[in-house]
Design a protein around this ligand. Structure first.
Ligand SMILES: *[C@@H]1O[C@H](CO)[C@@H](O)[C@H](O)[C@H]1NC(C)=O
Ligand SMILES: *[C@@H]1O[C@H](CO)[C@@H](O)[C@H](O)[C@H]1NC(C)=O
Ligand SMILES: *[C@@H]1O[C@H](CO)[C@@H](O)[C@H](O)[C@H]1NC(C)=O
Length: 312
């Protein structure tokens, strides 16, 4: 009896010490972890440590808040063809978002200023900016995220089918995303480009493709957010493939409502060219008509002359 108790105490102690020495957050290197069992928090504002679950990715909205907070403290910040006609990229960069308690973005964001805009569930602006009166009636779901990854060049040729399997597996193990949400992985040999389509067509709130894309962006563009600094690589037929660039496109359940402001210069140029072409066409038509008419008139004059000559 006594020895069983001693054994139990010993195992408990060793479990506790193992946990204590191992008390870090695998999915978030900025987290502070402490206690038995190990619990982790992330500072998203002064005096606002947020409890996080380190078995999951930290929602993008919380990550952006943490980044803004870290930037304000001078700790560390982020550096800064479309999949379909409605796809758009995040040109605005980071802001201090408002999140709900689950880490979802609020539909309207103002970055603590008096300028507001509506975002999608990935927190990316999808309307023009307005003032504090701007209304965003609901959070529009981002149902499709396309990551355009540029791979580092490799000597061997890459089999697209093997690449798709490897990439899907990497996304599952690294970002905990079920393979059913990895709709497609395409490989373009010429420019070492890999398109990864993540789709959540029904907008399942338990599946956060935007957060996966955000971790991916950090992995490729800056430094991994994971505790272990291991970079994003995928091994295809024994060849490790790393990445040097990433561009993320967002496709929402409803097209964004930006005005065409940014396109204006290009559109005007096209219109000018088209109008010039039409004018040129009209001028040519007019000149040929005129020529034809004058030729006909000349012919008629000749006819009259001949008739006159005959009758005389
Ligand atoms: C953390 O997330 C995992 C995976 O989703 C889940 O199984 C677990 O219950 C969560 N833990 C807490 C404390 O919420
Ligand atoms: C949000 O505000 C910060 C300064 O507080 C600024 O650096 C940042 O560019 C703003 N972001 C957007 C998207 O307006
Ligand atoms: C991760 O890498 C960065 C830069 O290379 C380095 O400063 C940091 O100490 C590394 N962290 C760990 C846990 O290895």
């Amino acid at each position: 009896m006594y020895s069983v108790c001693a054994f139990l105490v010993l195992t408990l102690l060793s479990a506790a010490s193992a946990q204590a020495s191992d008390c870090t957050c695998p999915t978030m290197k900025w987290a502070s972890c402490d206690g038995t069992p190990c619990a982790c928090t992330l500072l998203i504002a002064a005096d606002n440590p947020l409890n996080i679950n380190c078995s999951k990715l930290v929602p993008k909205c919380f990550l952006m808040k943490a980044e803004m907070y870290r930037a304000s403290k001078g700790i560390s910040t982020r550096r800064l063809g479309k999949p379909n006609e409605h796809a758009f990229v995040d040109n605005d960069g980071i802001y201090d978002p408002e999140c709900d308690s689950n880490g979802a973005f609020r539909a309207r964001q103002c970055n603590r200023t008096e300028t507001c805009w509506c975002v999608n569930s990935a927190g990316v602006r999808r309307t023009d900016k307005g003032d504090l009166n701007l209304k965003c009636d609901k959070l529009v779901q981002t149902t499709w995220v396309q990551a355009q990854l540029t791979a580092n060049p490799v000597q061997t040729s890459v089999d697209p089918v093997a690449l798709k399997a490897a990439m899907t597996q990497t996304i599952q193990s690294r970002y905990f995303l079920d393979p059913s949400y990895v709709e497609n992985v395409q490989y373009f040999k010429e420019d070492n480009l890999i398109l990864v389509d993540l789709k959540n067509p029904k907008g399942d709130p338990n599946v956060d493709i935007a957060t996966v894309a955000y971790y991916m962006e950090k992995d490729v563009k800056v430094l991994p957010l994971f505790m272990s600094n291991s970079s994003l690589t995928t091994t295809v037929d024994g060849t490790p493939l790393g990445f040097r660039n990433i561009l993320v496109y967002y496709v929402d359940a409803e097209p964004p409502t930006f005005t065409m402001k940014k396109l204006t210069a290009g559109v005007i140029a096209v219109i000018v060219v088209v109008v010039l072409a039409i004018i040129a066409g009209l001028v040519v038509l007019f000149l040929t008509r005129k020529k034809e008419k004058s030729q006909k008139a000349q012919v008629r004059e000749m006819d009259d002359l001949q008739k006159e000559q005959l009758t005389s």
